[in-house]
Design a protein around this ligand. Structure first.
Ligand SMILES: Cc1ncc(C[n+]2csc(CCOP(=O)(O)OP(=O)(O)O)c2C)c(N)n1
Ligand code: SF4
Ligand SMILES: [Mg+2]
Length: 283
């Protein structure tokens, strides 16, 4: 396959935005994996991150705010031949989409979820998101949480996610490795990507993350759930990046083989007579 099959269009993101490294890395990974663009569906909700699917030469679907995951799950169930990847923001994933986040994790449908986590609502110009840091009102530089800050990795592990990782848009090599592992994972895979919003988040900047991110070392055992829970609670002067937790568990497809047999639902013959009979039964 042509290694340049996936390319990008001009974007409306601000110069210097952390989203650029994510889109470049993702197109590079997809080209490397040699999956044809017509078999890839990129899904988003609403927000700056959610526009990613509109900027890559693959199939795209933009859902309502917070509704990227149910759309992605539906696409995968209807056509299991497709590689389905969600790119969306921290607000879209964990705030407006919080309920979908919890319950789609439990289903373990084989989709990949890249959260561009800028710890802020970027598109609407800088309100706090669930992952914004707790407020230190004496030194407030950006929107912050008066309530508790949401810890997506901890919550994902607790909810039964089978692949939970963090990466940083300021380290493209690391990001590429984690993205590929997440796409290859047979089940729901979450990657929370630290993505500086240079316009509205004046605290969690590239320099801020660069000083703090620390790749997991080679001795770290990503299959140990208790260790992963403990690691997921580290977020401060040190921010661990890498695959915090991974387990091999039956995906939704393995549990519902009648939906995922040799012929995907989208290609199954529709018997209009049976459909009419069904409709008539409700009249
Ligand atoms: C139902 C609904 N509520 C609110 C909005 C306004 N809105 C649009 S984007 C957004 C926040 C997006 O934040 P995030 O998901 O973190 O994406 P970012 O722009 O930071 O990449 C909000 C609140 C909306 N479009 N629809
Ligand atoms: S507002 Fe922030 S997240 Fe949105 S494009 Fe600009 S820098 Fe990126
Ligand atoms: Mg955001």
């Amino acid at each position: 396959m042509n290694k340049q099959a996936f390319t990008t269009y001009e974007t409306a993101w601000c110069p210097g935005c952390g989203n650029f490294a994510i889109i470049e890395t993702l197109t590079g990974v997809l080209n490397q994996m040699e999956t044809p663009p017509h078999q890839v569906v990129l899904v988003g909700g609403i927000g700056q991150a959610a526009k990613t699917n509109q900027y890559i030469t693959a199939n795209g679907f933009s859902g309502l705010h917070g509704r990227a995951l149910p759309a992605a799950v539906a696409i995968k169930i209807v056509n299991d031949d497709l590689t389905v990847i969600v790119n969306t923001g921290d607000g879209d994933s964990y705030g407006e989409g919080g309920n979908h986040f919890l319950h789609n994790i439990r289903r373990n449908v084989d989709i990949t979820h890249f959260v561009h986590d800028n710890q802020i609502y970027g598109l609407t110009k800088g309100q706090p998101s669930p992952t914004s840091d707790p407020c230190d009102l004496a030194h407030k530089t950006s929107a912050c949480n008066l309530g508790a800050t949401f810890n997506p990795l901890l919550i994902a592990i607790a909810a039964g996610a089978t692949f939970v990782a963090r990466s940083f848009s300021g380290d493209k090599k690391h990001l590429a490795q984690i993205m590929e592992a997440a796409i290859r994972h047979p089940g729901y895979a979450l990657v929370d990507i630290l993505q500086p919003c240079v316009s509205f988040n004046k605290k969690n900047t590239f320099a801020y993350y660069k000083q703090r991110v620390k790749p997991l070392d080679d001795t770290y055992d990503a299959t140990n759930k208790l260790a992963a829970i403990e690691k997921a609670m580290e977020f401060g002067d040190t921010i661990p990046i890498g695959i915090l937790y991974q387990e091999q568990a039956p995906s939704y497809a393995a549990k519902r083989p009648e939906l995922f047999d040799a012929v995907p639902i989208v290609n199954k013959q529709v018997n209009l007579g049976e459909v009419q009979t069904l409709i008539n039964s409700y009249i």
